[in-house]
Design a protein around this ligand. Structure first.
Ligand SMILES: CC(C)(COP(=O)(O)OP(=O)(O)OC[C@H]1O[C@@H](n2cnc3c(N)ncnc32)[C@H](O)[C@@H]1OP(=O)(O)O)[C@@H](O)C(=O)NCCC(=O)NCCS
Length: 176
């Protein structure tokens, strides 16, 4: 019986999540999320959820409240980012588990939608977790001004079976 089938991992809220904790999960590599080529400036997340196995941090999802406008109407979304699972324990449902707990918390934060940005190869994985592709240009703020997000944008409803409203989508901050 392997480790994960003998214990049931639980998700905890992390009071501290810095480069050190990220490196505990993903190692010290320069570009663990594979997004450096975008050259984008990102925001740190405000709330952090993690899974520890034998005291070692092996999974993380971060959340933050994100100001945005959809069709010219200002609103907020819950941005999801920093989704990470340690390489040696991938493929065992830990991303699903930590994302589910983070989204349960996101549902208490108020905004109607969750939003994330990811590389195209991860779209099927997030679809599997209930996210949908937002197939239109999304502007995000950068130090030089608004740019079109080059990664895929995905969203999920946090309250019931909401639809994404029509209109131009702008994130009114750096992306997460
Ligand atoms: C992306 C990452 C977090 C996935 O972690 P993981 O623990 O292996 O994911 P899970 O085992 O929880 O898989 C989640 C679901 O996606 C499915 N899935 C995985 N790869 C898939 C693929 N290529 N296509 C479709 N579904 C896929 C799994 O089967 C699982 O669904 P199920 O529970 O219904 O079986 C991990 O690979 C990682 O840390 N990568 C590096 C960092 C990164 O790129 N993070 C994303 C930033 S946006």
């Amino acid at each position: 019986m392997d480790h994960l089938s003998s214990v049931s991992p639980t998700v905890v809220s992390l009071t501290r999540y810095t480069k050190t904790e990220q490196a505990e999960i993903l190692g010290e590599g320069a570009d663990p999320f594979g997004v450096a080529e975008t050259g984008l400036t990102w925001l740190p997340k405000e709330e952090h959820f993690g899974i520890r196995l034998d005291g070692r941090l092996v999974a993380h999802t971060g959340l933050l409240r994100l100001p945005m406008s959809i069709g010219g109407i200002e609103t907020e979304a819950v941005g999801v980012g920093g989704v990470a699972v340690a390489p040696d324990v991938r493929g065992r449902g830990l991303a699903r588990l930590v994302m589910a707990a983070a989204l349960d918390h996101a549902r208490t934060m108020g905004p109607r939608y969750g939003l994330l940005f990811c590389r195209q190869p991860l779209v099927p994985l997030y679809r599997r977790l209930g996210w949908r592709v937002l197939d239109q240009d999304v502007h995000v703020e950068q130090p030089e001004g608004p740019v079109i997000m080059p990664l895929r944008t995905m969203w999920t409803s946090l309250h019931g079976d909401a639809h994404w409203p029509a209109g131009a989508v702008r994130v009114l901050s750096f992306p997460m």
